[in-house]
Design a protein around this ligand. Structure first.
Ligand code: FAD
Ligand code: UDP
Length: 370
């Protein structure tokens, strides 16, 4: 018997389990994949030192000092600052949209104080943006929207941007300066040894069962549990899709081992145009400038967006999803001895720091620690 049975070894499950053990509780982690770490899992490619983030490039970033101190108990970070470039009609521009992007795109030389008026003249009259397209045009105008956002968004989400919530685009800042860091957060970096050792350390001393799907023998696992089951899988799956399947987006990766020192000169190159089938190309070598890699090789990974409800990665949040989610959340409230947490169980477009913060909060409430 265990005090807690944790379903899923991603950040929510691992942080909750770590906190439970640290506070004297017994805990077991079940993971249906053959590895720990959820979507943050990383490994070294074959016999190279190139660390691959198996589910897409993951940059750790936060403004939360206590959270930064917490994660630093389990790893050291390098000083990587994320910068993203995007290719549109064979020209390379800087993302998120900043003064450099605007000046290169329009062939002008605006100064910071001139950008606001310049973009205002391109925005048209959208006073109450109600979807991603309207929100983007209200921020950057139609030309930049059509060049850098529309095609990428249609590929990424597989639908017209007017169907998507405005909140997706407000993840990206728009800047009137040449400041081109992808995130505004003060604390940022890549774990020196990749992400998996973080999970190994968090789960030290905790039994972990790999290749176990909780639903294959729910009643057995519930019998093993004295206090609560912590569930971090998809919320619709937990309730057997009784109100239907929520919309999720998944991704597929195609990897190439290339006999070149450097393929694209940067860690992530986005492809803005709808005609290019992938959304971005990752080149993980560039995440670790502190390492000496072999000069004769690199690995690149093309990312394609798709639907695959066996591997749900992104909650889509169409209007119809909001209604269905509310129905599932009402059922969650009636579930006794359960904690639902993380990106899949909460159907929230969470980044890593947000998942860790919510797991720490859930653990504090549950374990009664300050
Ligand atoms: P997950 O990591 O999905 O873990 C859930 C785990 O539960 C999985 O391992 C799953 O196999 C397991 N599980 C599910 N159901 C069962 C079951 N029935 N039985 C047993 N096990 C089960 N965040 C950032 O901060 N920065 C980034 O740069 C960034 N980039 C990203 C890029 C991509 C392409 C994606 C998809 C996400 C990115 N994220 C990024 C977000 C980050 O991956 C998530 O915030 C984080 O992984 C969520 O952790 P989690 O524990 O909620 O879920
Ligand atoms: N986006 C875009 N063009 C880009 C980058 C992002 O249109 O070059 C839009 C797109 O809709 C994307 C959203 O902004 O889904 C959020 O981007 P982010 O990089 O945060 O996505 P993630 O890394 O989570 O896939």
């Amino acid at each position: 018997m265990y005090d807690y049975v944790v379903v899923g070894s991603g950040f929510f499950g691992a942080v909750f389990a770590q906190q439970a053990r640290e506070n004297g509780k017994s805990v077991i982690v079940l993971e249906k994949r053959d590895h720990i770490g959820g979507n943050c899992y990383s490994y070294n490619y074959e016999d190279t030192e190139i660390n691959i983030h198996a589910y897409g490039t993951h940059i750790f970033h936060t403004n939360n000092k206590p959270l930064w101190d917490y994660i630093n108990r389990f790893t050291e970070f390098n000083r990587y600052q994320h910068r993203v470039l995007t290719t549109h009609k064979d020209q390379v521009y800087s993302m998120p949209i900043n003064l450099g992007t605007v000046n290169s795109f329009y062939g002008v030389n605006l100064k910071p104080k001139e950008v606001e008026d310049f973009l205002a003249s391109k925005r048209g009259d959208i006073s109450n943006p109600s979807n991603l397209e309207e929100k983007a045009i209200s921020l950057i105008g139609k030309d930049l929207y059509e060049a850098f956002i529309k095609g990428y968004t249609m590929k990424q989400w597989g639908c017209d941007p007017t169907k998507l919530p405005a909140s997706i685009i407000t993840r990206l800042p728009v800047r009137n300066s040449y400041h081109d860091s992808y995130f505004n957060d003060i604390y940022q970096g890549i774990p020196l040894e990749g992400y998996t050792p973080i999970f190994t350390r968090m789960l030290e001393g905790i039994p972990v069962e790999l290749g176990i799907d909780f639903f294959e023998d729910q009643s057995y696992w519930r019998d093993q549990c004295r206090e609560k089951v912590v569930y971090t899988g998809p919320i619709d799956r937990y309730f057997d899709y009784q109100f239907g399947s929520l919309n999720w987006r998944s991704v597929r990766f195609e990897m190439d081992h290339v006999p070149l020192e450097d393929y694209q000169g940067t860690s992530v190159m986005n492809y803005a145009d709808a005609e290019i089938p992938y959304t971005r190309i990752h080149e993980p070598k560039h995440l670790h400038l502190e390492k000496t890699h072999k000069p004769s090789e690199t690995v690149i990974i093309r990312e394609y967006s798709q639907v695959d409800n066996d591997a749900p990665y992104y909650p889509v949040n169409f209007e119809e999803d909001k209604t269905m989610l509310k129905q599932y959340q009402d059922l969650q409230l009636q579930e006794k001895n359960m904690i639902f947490g993380g990106r899949l169980a909460q159907y929230k477009y969470y980044d890593m720091h947000q998942v860790i913060a919510s797991a720490l909060t859930a653990a504090k409430q549950e374990l009664g620690v300050s």
